[in-house]
Design a protein around this ligand. Structure first.
Ligand code: DQA
Length: 145
């Protein structure tokens, strides 16, 4: 069975309440349950982790090294400035797909850049919660090659 880590960064614990125009009305717990169920249906175990703290996310990426077949990662605002998280993604041997609920290329200037994307194997944006499933699909395809 493939092992996938679903990681969400700062403020994503506020989904359901936070700016539904961009992020929808589902809570993070509901999205996690959807991804876990979809993974199980496709032969993958999905573990979930959310933190508002950069260091905790760096630690989790390091722990994932050698333990997971892939990581679905929404870095939240860290996307736009965290070189520490870029480097953490780069230095592990686990493929990471970056996902954003909103289309960051169509929003404020500061959101248009992802400093983490160059270290990832793919990026999904603007598909709402479905984007998490598309990111998981990309990893499951990659893991089966
Ligand atoms: C986000 C986009 C980021 O710019 C923002 O800071 C978030 C959520 C998204 O899922 O669309 O926290 O990553």
């Amino acid at each position: 069975m493939k092992k996938i880590l679903l990681m969400n960064g700062p403020n994503l614990n506020m989904l359901g309440h936070r700016d539904p125009k961009f992020y929808g009305t589902d809570t993070l717990a509901a999205i996690e349950a959807m991804v876990v169920a979809y993974g199980a249906h496709h032969g993958a175990q999905v573990d979930c982790f959310q933190s508002n703290h950069e260091g905790a996310l760096v630690d989790k990426l390091h722990e994932a090294h050698g333990r997971y077949d892939g990581i679905v990662y929404n870095p939240g605002a860290h996307t736009h400035y965290s070189y520490a998280l870029h480097d953490a993604v780069e230095c592990i041997d686990v493929p990471v797909v970056e996902i954003h609920l909103s289309d960051i290329s169509q929003r404020e200037e500061f959101r248009r850049i992802s400093v983490i994307a160059p270290a990832c194997v793919g990026q999904v944006k603007g598909l709402g919660k479905e984007g998490y499933l598309r990111a998981l699909d990309m990893l499951l395809e990659e893991a089966s090659e």
